[in-house]
Design a protein around this ligand. Structure first.
Ligand SMILES: [Zn+2]
Length: 105
């Protein structure tokens, strides 16, 4: 079974990425999803979801790592920029820097 997720939000032009259900949700600790960033190709591109207005202000679409997103908006992300969704919690793997921005560390 697969489900589809995208970082950032609701842009209809965003590229959805199919992620195996078992590795995203069931594993404990969660498995890292190596989906490269559409912009810089970095594999350090863990899932996150920011509020729709912030995502829209970036002008970005697709799967974009938080570093490229921060460059686009010209500032560092803070915990209040993220939606209250499972994809922004410990249910999903996030690298140390993204965890810091999410307020998980
Ligand atoms: Zn990137």
């Amino acid at each position: 079974m697969n489900f589809r997720i995208q970082p950032g939000g609701s842009a209809k032009t965003a590229t959805d990425v199919a992620v195996p259900w078992s590795s995203a949700i069931v594993s404990a600790p969660p498995a890292r999803m190596y989906t490269p960033c559409d912009k810089c190709s970095s594999t350090d591109a863990d899932v996150y979801m920011v509020h729709d207005d912030l995502w829209a202000s970036s002008g970005l679409s697709g799967w974009v790592c938080f570093r490229c997103f921060e460059k686009a908006i010209g500032r560092r992300l803070v915990a209040t920029d993220f939606k209250s969704l499972p994809g922004n919690t410990d249910l999903v793997y996030h690298g140390p820097e993204l965890r810091d921005r999410l307020g998980l560390s």
